[in-house]
Design a protein around this ligand. Structure first.
Ligand SMILES: [Fe+2]
Length: 326
């Protein structure tokens, strides 16, 4: 398999340097929500906004990429785009690829070797269909193309580096649960060079959080799809000066700041109905994602919450897998 194949490649224009984040902070807030992988689930977006409404004080929402994906119908695409861009946002590989014409990157996912060829090909075709929809909204495409690849935020004493993939690439897998612990030396360097204390990422399909390499990494997985076995909620990251009014799956504290993974209890029935309508029998999205939407992936909160993170009651109620494997 060639690394340059569509869906496998990491395009050069996806790359940046960890030192690029060593700059004046882009925003300061009392409470930060980092919402990655909404995947066009407008019901999850509504749920996130309701969670925000339960907060007190200053709350900033950052959508860190891949807020589009399953929203291949024009009305949902337009609605999701308009609502998300009313907040801070980064472009993920999905937004980057639908904002431009096909440059051979496919979906831009830079899928690693454990993702099957059939799945990569389906993702490339989903991207083609989504781009077709996006072409109806040239203004939206231009706005997506202009989104940044990273942001820095200050929450009290903590600097947060917000990325889609990892600290070197928009589609990097260095913060994936699979690679996190083999990537320790790089992660330690990324914290040093960027000057952030926390990295908040997404992109790699499954959540993971750990005090690692001298900082804290929290990857929210997907806001718009289930992340754990037999669950039907998404996950987002919350970093706040005050404790969360919405109960956490797992969390930690750093310099007095609360860092939590929160469940996003979207309307599953409404979401499933829409998904099935937009993606009919035999479609690529059904083949790749219907099982996950219905049953969640074979992954557990106890695998996601690593060094320094403590499981909350909701997550502790999900029994560990017999193998403990993802
Ligand atoms: Fe992504």
């Amino acid at each position: 398999m060639e690394d340059s194949a569509p869906g496998r490649a990491c395009p050069m224009n996806y790359r940046y340097r960890p030192g690029d984040l060593a700059r004046r902070d882009d925003l300061e807030t009392e409470t930060l929500y980092v919402i990655g992988g909404l995947y066009g689930n407008r019901f999850a977006l509504e749920a996130v906004l309701a969670m925000r409404d339960a907060e007190r004080g200053d709350v900033t929402l950052v959508f860190n990429g891949d807020f589009h994906w399953f929203d291949a119908d024009a009305a949902t695409f337009e609605g999701v785009n308009r609502k998300v861009l009313g907040h801070r946002a980064l472009r993920g590989n999905v937004e980057t690829e639908i904002a431009g014409e096909d440059d051979g990157a496919g979906c831009g996912c830079a899928y690693p070797e454990w993702v099957s060829e059939a799945e990569v090909e389906r993702s490339n075709r989903i991207l083609d269909r989504l781009r077709e929809t996006a072409r109806k909204f040239p203004g939206a495409r231009a706005a997506l193309a202009n989104l940044p690849m990273h942001l820095t935020a200050r929450v009290g004493p903590v600097r947060v580096g917000i990325v889609h993939g990892d600290a070197e690439s928009l589609a990097g897998w260095g913060f994936s649960q699979e690679r996190l612990h083999e990537n320790l030396a790089n992660i330690a360097r990324w914290f040093t060079q960027s000057g952030v204390g926390v990295f908040a990422s997404s992109h790699t399909c499954l959540p993971v959080a750990a005090a690692i390499g001298g900082g804290i990494l929290i990857n929210n997985g997907a806001a718009g799809m289930p992340n754990f076995r037999d669950t039907r909620y998404g996950v987002i990251t919350r970093i706040g000066l005050a404790p969360s009014p919405n109960s956490a799956l797992y969390g930690t504290r750093a310099a007095g700041v609360h860092i939590d993974a929160l469940p996003v209890h979207y309307d599953h029935g409404a979401w499933l109905g829409q998904f099935l309508e937009v993606w009919p029998e035999g479609s690529d999205a059904r083949a790749s994602y219907l099982s996950r939407i219905l049953h969640g992936p074979a992954y557990l909160p106890s695998r996601a919450a690593r060094e320094g993170f403590t499981l909350g009651e909701l997550a502790a109620g999900i029994a560990p897998a017999e193998t403990g494997a993802a």
